[in-house]
Design a protein around this ligand. Structure first.
Ligand code: SIN
Length: 278
């Protein structure tokens, strides 16, 4: 059983590399407890050289909770076996748009958006394809007190329609009338495990702030997007083959850089079910 590993912080604010943990091996409850604490504290964890099978990847995700099935993709199939809980990410010379090339929290349009995502990349471009992560609790803490009070009463609509229908159109070449999730969430959410407050809006899914005039919603969202892009809240991960990033969707945003066209980048994501943001 794997018991000992090191948690090496990447910046004072966010991110840590986990050194000495082999995720193909069973993990003791003590090791899991330490990893879970590091996940809550650092918000994004990085692991290198993890040559997991899809089942091992799913089993690792299940230590954290039930697995999420993506509302906009079809089940991934390998050797005739369907893996609905696996999201296959792939970009190559035919790609016209990649998943996640803008700041977002995964599937925030869901009624109960995922708490964590665990991505393993198996093909890496010669350079580029980094993923950036930003702490939304650091972003919240850096707001002025009047702004915190103003945002504290507001909710926003998160709508998957534009994002997912565009992706489906590019992938399948047809426009479908499929209905994607659309839900209302507080702009400031309280983390169910740490109690920390975090900003919860993003460019991929947040369509507008509810109950205020559109010009006000547009202006406030523009301000928040500029605020959350401050490099002081961020860390950046350079992938190597079989590395894993695991992030907390409740307290972070991420941005997958698509600067490697026409090269190939691909991998598998397991996503852990979350609860209703409050
Ligand atoms: C995503 O899950 O949003 C994509 C992240 C990545 O490809 O780095």
């Amino acid at each position: 059983m794997t018991q000992h590993f090191e948690v090496k912080p990447m910046t004072p604010t966010i991110g840590a590399e986990i050194i000495g943990l082999d995720l193909t091996q069973p993990m003791s409850d003590g090791a899991f407890e330490k990893l879970h604490t590091a996940f809550l504290d650092r918000k994004v964890l990085f692991f290198r050289d993890q040559d997991l099978t899809l089942d091992q990847h799913k089993d690792f995700g299940r230590r954290f909770g039930d697995l999420h099935v993506h509302p906009a993709s079809s089940p991934f199939k390998q050797d005739g076996v369907e893996h609905p809980e696996i999201l296959f990410l792939h970009a190559d010379e035919n790609t016209t748009r990649t998943a996640g090339d803008t700041w977002h929290s995964d599937v925030s349009c869901d009624p109960e958006p995922p708490m964590a995502s665990i991505l393993r990349l198996v093909k890496i471009p010669p350079s580029g394809g980094d993923t950036l992560f930003a702490s939304m609790s650091a972003a919240y803490d850096a707001l002025s007190e009047p702004m915190k009070r103003y945002l504290g009463d507001l909710t926003a609509t998160h709508d998957g329609t534009e994002n997912y229908s565009d992706r489906a159109k590019r992938r399948d070449g047809v426009i479908t009338n499929r209905v994607y999730p659309r839900n209302t969430h507080p702009i400031v959410r309280t983390h169910p495990e740490t109690g920390e407050k975090a900003l919860y809006v993003n460019t991929a899914f947040t369509s507008h702030i509810n109950d205020v005039p559109k010009p006000e919603s547009d202006a406030i969202l523009a301000y928040l997007y500029q605020h959350i892009s401050n490099v002081a809240f961020q860390c950046r991960f350079q992938w190597t083959q079989n590395s894993i990033a695991m992030w907390d969707n409740r307290s972070t945003l991420h941005h997958a850089m698509w600067d490697y066209f026409p090269n190939i980048r691909s991998g598998f994501r397991v996503t852990v079910q979350g609860d209703k943001p409050v």
